[in-house]
Design a protein around this ligand. Structure first.
Ligand code: SF4
Length: 407
């Protein structure tokens, strides 16, 4: 597959969100949820229905210039011009793969050089073309999962609501930049909060961003098409049930506590028993009406680490009382990664064991290999600061030796 690299300057100056320097003190409307924007308008002495009108211009017509908001009076537009901006994070790099995968690196914040990544993966589905956007929620991540490129960078800071929703705005806009304003449509069909960072550790900003995704005055996405993926921050899973109805995915990656403590260290704080119980509480009683009919279990396939037949058996036992769909993810190696990708045969046999036990179990297609589409890879081309790679290589070699000696 070849890669088409598109220069950032390809975005027309007219439509690229306003430059940040002169706008620092202005309020950025991009990240405001409807209640927040309604309050903002009321505080300005305006009618709150203006919020819905402005949100439509921003999130459905991808307009950043108040002059283009033709159903708003000239007087109000002038006022907004003085007080506000509509400003997405700056695109510093973008890659569009021939297979349709798109990837952006955004600079976020006030010139501190923080970068985050966003990946869009298209796929044919029986209901039509799906464009799924994987959105980041933090710069770096504190949780240090041992197979994760982002985890190797450490934690820098939480993203703001504007920086989170700005990723969705920019992905949609990338299909619409040459389309006349009134003919523009929303192109991204699905969102997974599964990029850089642990979304439940940036709870309020992520929650409000998801509210904007679901809002009919903004992206109007179905609650089944917005998925929050967590490594298992148990108290926040319980909070999420109360606050919003979206789909939940768990980055499981190991079927027993010993292995999960190593791969996903937050497991030491919230072990599997607690995590599975929280998932059971998340499943809605009126399952048919909700996005919470099942939980998606994400399981990255690491060669010789978590892909043995007994791991599949442990999964069956662990998940037997949890309505779930399992997604096996072939590991996408990054520089200094201590792991390799499980062989195709190993992944297929793992899938067969789970399918035979009655689980819906899919294997994620690897896409965008030519543009380092696994999250955190572009930004994460950094040295492994934790030196865990070496320790893990040794451990895997030892474990494989034991497996071999046991026949
Ligand atoms: S897998 Fe997710 S939670 Fe774990 S280190 Fe990476 S970004 Fe953080």
């Amino acid at each position: 597959m070849s890669t088409e690299v598109v220069a950032t300057s390809a975005i027309s100056a007219e439509q690229q969100p306003s430059p940040s320097a002169p706008a620092q003190e202005k309020v950025n409307l991009l990240g405001m949820s409807r209640p927040q924007m309604e309050k903002f308008f009321e505080d300005m002495g305006e009618k709150k229905f203006r919020a819905g009108q402005v949100m439509k211009w921003i999130h459905q017509f991808f307009v950043t210039d108040f002059a283009q908001m033709t159903n708003i009076s000239g007087k109000l537009r002038e006022k907004l011009e003085k007080l506000c901006v509509i400003e997405a994070p700056e695109v510093v790099h973008k890659n569009y793969s021939k297979d349709g995968t798109r990837k952006w690196v955004f600079r976020v914040g006030d010139g501190d050089g923080s970068l985050v990544e966003t990946v869009l993966i298209p796929a044919e589905h029986r209901s039509g073309l799906r464009r799924t956007l994987c959105i980041s929620s933090q710069v770096g991540c504190a949780l240090d999962c041992s197979f994760c490129s982002t985890g190797k960078q450490g934690f820098q800071r939480d993203l703001t609501q504007a920086e989170i929703i700005g990723q969705l705005w920019m992905a949609n806009y990338s299909y619409m930049e040459d389309v006349p304003v009134l003919e523009r449509e929303r192109s991204v069909t699905n969102v997974v909060m599964m990029g850089m960072g642990e979304p439940l550790l940036n709870y309020d900003a992520v929650l409000n961003s998801m509210r904007i995704m679901l809002d009919d005055f903004a992206y109007g996405m179905s609650k089944r098409r917005v998925t929050l993926s967590t490594s298992g921050v148990v108290p926040k899973i319980d909070q999420l049930v109360k606050d919003i109805d979206v789909a939940l995915a768990i980055s499981l990656h190991a079927p027993n506590d010993e292995l999960r403590n190593e791969l996903v260290p937050i497991n030491k704080k919230y072990p599997l028993e607690q995590l599975i119980a929280a998932c059971q509480r998340y499943i809605a009683k009126d399952g048919n009406e909700s996005s919470r009919k099942h939980v998606t279990i994400e399981y990255v396939m690491l060669d010789g680490v978590n892909d043995h037949p007994e791991h599949a058996q442990q999964m069956i036992k662990l998940l037997k009382n949890l309505p779930s769909k399992i997604n096996l993810i072939p590991f996408n190696p990054f520089p200094h990664a201590p792991y390799g990708r499980s062989s195709r045969n190993r992944i297929i046999s793992f899938q067969k064991t789970l399918s035979d036990a009655g689980f819906v179990c899919t294997i994620r297609q690897t896409r965008g290999d030519d543009i380092d589409a696994a999250c955190g890879q572009l930004v994460g081309q950094v040295a492994d600061r934790t030196r865990r790679a070496e320790q893990w290589k040794k451990k895997i070699a030892q474990s494989n030796e034991i497996m071999r000696s046991q026949g």
